[in-house]
Design a protein around this ligand. Structure first.
Ligand SMILES: C[S@@+](CC[C@H](N)C(=O)[O-])C[C@H]1O[C@@H](n2cnc3c(N)ncnc32)[C@H](O)[C@@H]1O
Length: 608
């Protein structure tokens, strides 16, 4: 495979001659026809075609947020440059193609690869440049078919972002693959099946012959993500539960891997997410609610903006994800974050009990302590989770003060299956299994100065995404309904004069502008607030292709009506329908709705 030729991201859209080759990466997203029509009517056919094309490719930049409480942007930049120069960041950055404008020689010094975000307000952001798509030329031994590995879609999406191929992601492999063999790596994408559904149609472990009779042979054309060296034999790959199966040597996209790099000092985060925290504009000493917080990217960004002074209540409904937030906060040395397990739909407390500080009666504060290379999560019940050493995710040990904690405990088949899955896949960074986190009973109205609602959504703005067929108009509608119910809670929890920021990572107008419409129609005391125009431009620029729309609300009585109002007012009526807006100028991949409240009705005062 020759990686010496590369194309610019823009070139990815062009039907290059190489796209006719089998070993290329030229994916096309397949939408449900009704969903495609809906987006086409929202964005226009050409624009949506470009969006769809871009979604299937990774961004050519990695964006890094520096933990300025632990280090400085300059110091981190220097460390990254050193790592680049020593090839520690990512061996595959070697031979990176640099466009002529910028001069290839700079790449070797790393100065072109790592650069500072040039905009005020985002001084703690660094960009690390990748490259692609690269043309792949795979060749086997003369007279022999190329040895191949097929990976799952999720695995491929990670590989496109710089990861290696791990055992659980491998679906199929050629016969006689031995450790050290060169293998071409392709991805199996769900295909339409008879009953209107989608299926991968590959049984894990099947043998590939390199023939047209192989599983998805035709469909995998144009879905080759690179080539690598098998780190174990075919037998090993399908016998063990975890570990690296293929070390990628050549990739369709070359992006640096930040695995275990400068832990606690940096956080890999998409620019719009960093902007979301900035738009919230948290101040030291304030009380902030992050309603859907895991894995904690925005929570930690907010904490750093507050210089770790004040309180951030971080909620998530998943126990393990809450453990992950605590672990991340500990890693970053942040103590103002209190994380609780709570369904955000029940976050408003309605009883007349003494004012709640967010801690359930039966639990005291959870603490996370780091001892050298180990992280321990303690809870009031005496449960302790210890993750020791590098392989912590698979060697989690749970201890408890109860001498016979599990005596007579029924373990369901579902639990057994879950544990097996965990053993196979590892727990992942945000998954700290075992231990207990605190539940919360919710919070009284007007408890927070600012609320971030980074809502669960259809995530149709996240890249790369190789399959979207599961989304239907019905599922998109359900998301919008769910988000509105959450928003209703957010409105009650923010204090008068406070701020709500709403964000998603989807291109679905029903979940973005539709929510804005709903907010303005339902809560007359809310209004769009001003927001730094520059922030929008920066995000637009760095999303590579996807445009970024941010709506900010301010108090109706304020003079600071912003330019977005007109745009918002062009939304269709009534709100809550999936009808696309007639007048659209931008594609939101993340939408921030910053609302500043007036006097809330539940405070029995007349709305302004
Ligand atoms: C978009 S992610 C949040 C990302 C996070 N804000 C960050 O920047 O790292 C949405 C999160 O909402 C959580 N979630 C979904 N439904 C929820 C609910 N009803 N209550 C609380 N959390 C919920 C999911 O577990 C998921 O972690």
């Amino acid at each position: 495979m020759d990686s010496s030729s590369s194309a610019s991201p823009a070139a990815a859209a062009a039907p290059a001659a190489a796209a006719t080759d089998r070993y290329t990466f030229s994916p096309r997203l397949r939408w449900q026809p009704e969903v495609e029509e809906y987006f086409v009517s929202a964005y226009g056919r050409d624009h949506f075609a470009r969006i769809s094309q871009a979604l299937a490719h990774p961004s050519c930049y990695s964006c890094i947020r520096v933990n300025t409480l632990k280090s400085s942007t300059d110091a981190v930049m220097q460390k990254l440059l050193n790592l680049v120069n020593q090839n520690e960041l990512c061996g595959e950055m070697n031979g990176l193609e640099i466009d002529e404008q910028n001069g290839g020689e700079q790449a070797h010094e790393g100065s072109y690869l790592v650069h500072k975000c040039p905009y005020s307000g985002l001084e703690n952001v660094l960009f690390v440049r990748g490259s692609g798509p690269h043309v792949l030329h795979c060749a086997g031994q003369p007279g022999q078919p190329i040895k191949e590995i097929i990976v799952s879609r999720k695995c491929a999406e990670s590989v496109l972002r710089g990861a290696q191929v791990y055992v659980p992601g491998v679906l199929a492999c050629s016969s006689h693959v031995e450790k050290g063999d060169t293998v071409a790596v392709s991805v199996a994408i769900e295909q339409p099946v008879k009953d209107n559904g989608w299926a991968v149609g590959i049984t894990r472990g099947i043998v590939l012959q390199g023939l047209q009779s192989d599983a998805q042979y035709e469909e995998r054309k144009g879905l080759y993500i690179g080539q690598g060296i098998a780190a174990m034999s075919r037998t090993g790959i399908f016998r063990v539960l975890h570990g690296v199966a293929v070390e990628m040597t050549e990739r369709a996209y070359k992006l640096p891997s930040f695995n275990d790099v400068l832990e606690g000092e940096i956080f890999l985060q998409n620019l719009p997410s960093i902007v979301a925290a900035r738009v919230l504009d948290p101040q030291p000493g304030e009380r902030i609610l992050d309603m859907c917080a895991a894995p904690g990217g925005k929570t930690t960004a907010i904490a750093i903006l507050m210089r770790d002074e004040g309180e951030i209540v971080a909620l998530d409904r998943s126990h393990n994800k809450v453990m992950g937030i605590l672990k991340l906060a500990d890693e970053m040395g942040l103590s103002c974050i209190k994380a609780y397990k709570l369904d955000a739909l029940k976050s408003v407390r309605t009883t007349n009990e003494a004012r709640n500080l967010g801690v359930a009666d039966n639990c005291s504060e959870a603490s996370v302590t780091t001892e050298e290379n180990s992280v321990s999560c303690h809870t009031a019940t005496g449960a302790k989770v210890t993750n020791a050493g590098e392989d912590s995710s698979t060697t989690t040990v749970m201890q408890t003060d109860d001498p016979k904690p599990d005596a007579g405990r029924y373990v369901s088949k579902a639990d057994l299956r879950k544990n097996l899955r965990r053993m196979r896949n590892g727990t992942g960074r945000s998954n700290c299994s075992g231990g207990r986190v605190e539940d919360s009973k919710g919070f009284f109205p007007s408890s927070f100065d600012r609320v971030l609602l980074d809502a669960p959504c259809s995530a149709l703005g996240l890249r790369p995404r190789l399959f979207v067929g599961e989304e239907t108009l019905e599922s998109l509608r359900k998301n919008a309904t769910y988000q509105r119910r959450m928003f209703d809670q957010a409105v009650k929890l923010v204090r008068p004069g406070g701020v709500i920021v709403y964000s998603t990572c989807t291109i679905n107008p029903g979940e973005n502008e539709g929510l804005v419409r709903y907010a303005l129609d339902t809560y007359k005391f809310l209004s769009l607030g001003s927001q730094c125009r520059k922030l929008l431009k920066w995000s637009l620029y760095h999303m590579d292709l996807l445009l970024y729309l941010s709506a900010t609300m301010t108090h109706a009585a304020s003079t600071a009506w912003c330019h977005h109002i007109t745009q918002i007012e062009t939304l269709p009526q009534p709100c809550g329908t999936l009808d696309p807006p007639q007048c659209r100028t931008a594609l939101p991949t993340i939408m921030h709705l910053r609302l500043i409240t007036g006097v809330l009705p539940h405070q029995a005062a007349a709305p302004l």
